[in-house]
Write a protein that binds this ligand. Structure first.
Ligand code: ZN
Length: 167
């Protein structure tokens, strides 16, 4: 029921469309910089081990499994939106509200894109095609750790190859 409610709430503001990499969220009207586009609704998972394709980490022990439409927000290294927590609400109910906010002017029909900013150990190659693409879906502050991770993986692969050649 919540998911249906959420969909109705966002009608006229955003829509979910098929893209060449799966579903994406698109602006149904123009948004100004810093304008709130909508609330991310979903199920809060109180499990540090919880992981899924769409989940958003809230803190070390909690993540949010978002409902449509914002479930389908895709990543870009040059995002036009960001996720913002509304901490005032947290004090009242113990729950944080999560909002999608415009970073720049967004025209109707533009795809809404956020920077997933994943940790180095979760990073995967990025295909966002932005001019400033980092090549990986990774937190910009975690690039050095990602390079370390890749160097280690390379080393392990080389050792494995040598072992298999001489084993
Ligand atoms: Zn990218």
């Amino acid at each position: 029921m919540t998911a249906i409610y959420s969909g109705m709430r966002h009608r006229g503001r955003v829509k979910v469309l098929q893209t060449d990499i799966g579903r994406g969220v698109f602006a149904a009207r123009r948004f100004e910089p810093e304008e709130t586009i909508g609330e991310v609704r979903g199920r809060v998972m109180d499990d540090p081990e919880y992981a899924s394709t769409y989940c958003i980490e809230i803190n070390a022990n909690r993540s949010l499994e978002p409902f449509s439409p914002f479930r389908y927000l895709n990543h870009s290294c040059e995002p036009n939106c960001e996720l913002a927590y509304w901490d005032e609400i947290e004090q009242k109910t113990g729950e944080r509200q999560l909002w999608v906010q415009a970073l720049k002017t967004i025209e109707a029909g533009d795809e809404l894109l956020i920077d997933y900013a994943w940790a180095a150990d979760a990073a995967i190659p990025c295909l966002c095609r932005a001019a400033t693409c980092r090549g990986w879906i990774v937190d910009v502050n975690d690039m050095a750790r990602l390079k370390e991770r890749l160097a280690e993986e390379q080393e392990q692969a080389t050792v494995k190859e040598l072992l298999s050649r001489h084993g």
